[in-house]
Write a protein that binds this ligand. Sequence first.
Ligand SMILES: [Zn+2]
Length: 263
Amino acid sequence: MRIGAHVDPTDPLAEAAARDAEAVQFFLADPQGWKAPKARDDAERLRDADVDLYVHAPYVVNVATLNNRIRIPSRKLLLGHATAAAAIGAKGLIVHGGHVNAGDDLAVGFDNWRKTFAYAADSGGFPLPVLIENTAGGDNACARHLDALARLWDALGDYEVGFCLDTCHAHAGGEDLLGLVDRVKAITGRIDLVHANNSKGAFNSGQDRHDNLDGGTIDPELVVAVIRAAGAPVIVETPGGVDGQAADIAFLRGQLGTGTSAA
Ligand SMILES: [Zn+2]
């Protein structure tokens, strides 16, 4: 089981080494901006590395919304990030499930997700797995609650879609971590990546505030149980820089009984 962290994009491999991480996740552009990602000078080095790479799409991406001025550029930006992520040999592109605005019909949001995959298919399809991530907040989210997730997967039925399970988002979003992997897999059939984070926010608070694994409102043993049940690679998106994340990675390795990358 590969365990790693979300890191600064400047030199992801150095960040991996500093944390003894076997995987890293990073952004290819400003997560709050609409700029398309630029080609990376270190693409070949990244492709050849032993470290598994994951790319997180910008937070501004919301392909579900009924607002054309957000949805259309979101689609383009997502495909642009997928192309750039594939160019560095990334294993997956993580994107939040998105939401519709208050009063808008969530069914249209799910269909907008389908149209996003149809749009990508028109240019040959996404060149790497797109992993839709569950989110913590909002009343109109596509992937906060499992009933919505089931409708999303129904809408995407014909397409190859991956799933990223974030433990902070699930807990803060109001989904009990106990037995969650089985309930998710009954819908998605797969979990491609676990974002292993504790939560500063309480259960069902709707707050997206990550904490280190030994902090927060989640029993860390529950996070470990989720990882074990999912059997998927793990990325911690926790605070504390190198020290905080290295401690979280070491904690997980200790609990899971897996060796380090150096062993
Ligand atoms: Zn996450």
